[in-house]
Design a protein around this ligand. Structure first.
Ligand code: SF4
Ligand code: SF4
Length: 482
């Protein structure tokens, strides 16, 4: 029996890219990458000129020499994979995570005190949202233990949990950190589970005994550092205004030489006048010896005097591309490159990430401040307006739900037609609050940059998939490092 198919087809929702003479689609509803062959490309190109009936597509494929049964099957496959569709394109609504989504990571702000006064710091600078008045400056042992107990309870069902120590300057409360590492290891072992630790530090207080402890306990270390002396000392300064490079440089060299159990990474904050990405990378990776270096433009309102403006941002983008090209050269030779920004994005693409929320904040990850207040992440520490409960009394589910509903991709109207949304999902909640006064607002100031960067990493994916596909396996299970 002949069945007449009356569908009128249109293109599905995807981003096309080419790499190494091959054509690919990044399919938005699935967050997945497909290489397309000539017949599929023919269908897509035909639909690029406007809608077409089933019969018209069949004729298009017949003209290319395809037998009718094969053409019919191909159209069905493309339809099933949502590469082509019929009717209006309606963005696929991603489901809400379940209410009892288990916690995995706790970021413990073990102090809100810092021995530096970095002028762009979100905790102390112009965009500060913390309200620390009347609250403890250092987390005490009882609160820290309660935080670990809270994490264990809320992560029931997960074999492995993660604790990140944060500040202020984390190492200003090193005695507590030591106690908590011991406590968390004992408690998790008693439950037949494992715990993994990391910390972020400005490196000013690193000493040989601290480094030995971090290495023995396999604690991952991210150092906040902005590059060679003249760049580091622009904004990473002591309260006196004195730069910190001379203090941190020998300490970091000691850390890298003696912390043998985990990779040591640098995180650079780009600000006005600190935009020399390639030079910073060379210094931190090749001279100092960091395993990886990741960059992020400062989070700030557009008026902040340290914000990066138009022309400088263009230069940052160009330098990101130059380092990304170098990353690709290394990959094609089977060598790892240390530019974190490519490695992190590529791993998300390979894992087919399709986010309902931009990050784990408020979901699989929570922050806990020195007082024991729970927040969506460390950047909201001590900010009363963003508290989601307390480690002693538990999560306020109504507040958590409100935060997550606002931050869900479905609630971000501007993102509904954006092909980059599986990875971006509107961007950082904290940055959204600083910029727009609303944690659920899409970070529309950087959309062009996000789409450009995602496209760059897709093309890197295509080139590696064509010439050294086994190399991609290294990123299949990678978690973002910073
Ligand atoms: S914030 Fe911009 S780049 Fe990100 S998903 Fe929304 S529209 Fe796309
Ligand atoms: S992306 Fe923003 S909201 Fe999410 S964890 Fe990082 S700082 Fe917090």
């Amino acid at each position: 029996m002949n069945v007449t198919i009356k569908h009128s087809y249109r293109r599905g929702e995807f981003h096309q890219f080419a790499s190494s003479d091959r054509r690919f689609l990044y399919l938005v509803p699935a967050g997945a990458i497909f290489e397309i062959d000539d017949p599929a490309a023919r269908v897509i190109d035909r639909l690029g000129k406007g809608t077409a009936s089933h019969q018209e597509l069949m004729e298009e494929l017949a003209a290319a020499g395809m037998e009718a049964p094969d053409a019919h099957e191909l159209i069905g496959e493309l339809f099933g994979a949502r590469v082509i569709g019929s009717g209006e394109i309606a963005p696929t609504a991603l489901a809400n995570p379940p209410d009892d989504f288990p916690l995995q990571s706790l970021v413990m702000n073990i102090t809100n005190q810092c021995n530096l006064s970095c002028t762009y710091c979100y905790e102390f600078g112009q965009d500060k949202i913390a309200t620390p008045q009347g609250k403890p400056k250092y987390m005490d042992l009882a609160t820290a233990k309660a935080a670990v107990d809270f994490l264990l309870k809320q992560s029931a069902g997960r074999k492995a949990i993660h604790i990140t120590f944060f500040g202020g300057e984390t190492l200003m409360n090193f005695p507590l950190l030591k106690d908590i590492v011991t406590y968390a290891k004992e408690k998790t072992a008693a439950e037949g589970r494992t715990v993994d630790f990391s910390l972020t530090t400005n490196a000013t207080l690193l000493t040989p005994p601290i480094v030995a402890f971090l290495s023995e306990n396999e604690i991952g270390v991210t150092v906040s550092m902005d590059g060679p002396a003249e760049l580091q000392d622009k904004r990473r300064v002591y309260k006196s205004g004195k730069g910190s490079y001379a203090v941190v440089e020998p300490r970091i060299r000691h850390l890298i030489a003696n912390h043998r159990t985990r990779a040591i990474t640098a995180r650079v904050t780009l600000t006005d006048g600190v935009t020399d990405v390639v030079r910073i990378y060379r210094h931190l990776k090749d001279d100092i010896g960091f395993h990886e270096v990741g960059f992020a433009p400062v989070t700030s309102s557009s008026e902040a005097d340290y914000a990066i403006t138009g022309k400088d941002m263009d230069s940052v983008v160009a330098q990101f591309h130059a380092l990304a090209d170098e990353w690709l050269e290394y990959a094609l030779q089977g060598r790892m490159h240390g530019f974190t920004n490519v490695s992190d994005t590529l791993s998300e693409l390979i894992q087919g990430v399709n986010k309902s929320h931009p990050c784990g904040a408020g979901l699989g990850l929570l922050g806990v401040g020195p007082s024991g207040d729970l927040t969506p992440c460390h950047r909201f520490a001590d900010a009363d307006a963003h508290t989601l409960g307390h480690v002693n009394t538990g999560l306020d589910r109504a507040k958590q739900s409100d935060f997550l509903t606002k931050g869900h991709i479905n609630a971000k109207y501007d993102c509904q037609t954006c092909w980059a949304r599986p990875l971006c999902a509107g961007g950082c909640h904290h940055e959204a609050f600083v910029r727009y006064g609303d944690t659920g607002h899409a970070n529309l100031h950087y959309c062009d940059w996000i789409r450009d960067w995602t496209d760059k990493c897709l093309r890197i994916y295509g080139a590696v998939a064509a010439h050294n596909p086994g190399f991609l396996e290294k990123f299949a299970e990678r978690k973002a490092l910073s």
